[in-house]
Design a protein around this ligand. Sequence first.
Ligand code: ZN
Length: 500
Amino acid sequence: MKFVPGKEIHGPDVLSRRPLKETIPNQDILREEICVAALTEANLMTQPFSEAIWKQVTRAQAEDPTSNQLAATIIKGWPQHPDDLDNQLKPFFSVRGELNIQHSLVCKGNRIYTPKSLQKCFLSRLPEGHLGLEKCRSRAAVSVWWPHLSTQLTQAVEGCEECIRQRKNPKEPLMPTTLPDYPWQMVGADFLHAQGKEYLLIIDYFSTFPFLIPMKKKTAGAVIQELEPLFSIFGAPEIFRSDNGPPFNSFEFEAFCRTWEVTLIISSPRYPRSNGKAEAGVKKMKDILNKCSSMSDTYRGLLAYRDAQLQDGCTPAQLFLGRKTRTLLPVLPAELRPQWPDLPAVKQAHQERIQRAKEHHDRVTRARLLKPLSPEPATEPRSYWVSALGRRYRRNREALIWAPTPTIQRPDFYHYSSSGAAASSAQGASAEGAQRSASPGPPQLTPEVLRPSPPPLTGNTTGSRARGNRVERSRPSGESRLRTSGRRIKRPTSLRDYEL
Ligand SMILES: [Zn+2]
């Protein structure tokens, strides 16, 4: 008798079981064993294999030295220690209890062992349908097996280009803008279109006091022409926030801000939420414009809005001018005298309200921080510089999808030969398969490839300056490949690392 540790016993240990008092006739035991064997065989025969693939697997195993050696070891019995095995059989030692031979095929349980010549082919087929890792694993669990299949499958699914394109990042926790210390310290700007006209909205972050300016043009010069009088009346703000669109991303506007010693903060492209005050102001202004029949009505509506209490209990006019404005409603003269509210108390109440809103948002959207990325971070928080197609782009972290290095090529790069020869790109492929194999295939991605999502980038990058966007454009050159249509296309060298 020899002691065998429990971890090395893969089946039930009969000596550790409490025997039943009644005995089972030998005939019943034999019948049970026959049933188990029949069920196993029947299960294997109902695997989702076509006849052609079945023959192909059989031939591949017959031609594979590892399979033959494995079958011989299963029949002969496994040694006590993996060191007694040839190197090619060592990966099988840990699952030796599950390895068996059915229909002359080496199997692990009910899964057919796939030799190396067919592994790439099946690995490219398992993720078909883009059903996700769990479903791919469940497909493999009733089909094929080879050492490290699970790891390879994980890499294949995570590196699937189509899934990466469709993948969306979860919401990140809100980063509320801290309320400035005094009025006109930080202002936001945005354009809006209502009633067939264009307007420029300038809004004070501290008081929410809006300036709605009809615009005939949306050029940097036209905006500067409207801002200069405001700056001369109320002073130059410390910070000017806008979205990434023209004309705010132009050299001319940046030079204007530099002249007035104003810090220009432009939100990440495709991420206008970082200029949230202006975004919210645009909605309110559109609401007023759409409900007022004339500009006179609109201006009276704006007067009412500036004189209406905010959630903090003060009106925009009180917080911006230090007094209430006279409207068409009668008020006592004392109401119109200048009197600043308790600004620190207002700021405190505002911060508490914003914090509650943030917590609610983060809870409802199940927001979570995305893992930092390794490309060049921009100066703005959660913002990165990424390169693609010879250009550099600034993108918010939420718009960037991490793409791992693909370990397998696309399924259509592997071709099955119906003749039963070991197909795929490696050997025995048909003419078309060989032609495909000769093509360079999809670009290899580096481990830290980042693809702007959704690709590709258009629109505001063509502005007069495209702040931080267009830097240079490389000419397509280098490798070419044959499309399925027969057209040969050349890819820019930059696509070695990126794909849009
Ligand atoms: Zn996919």
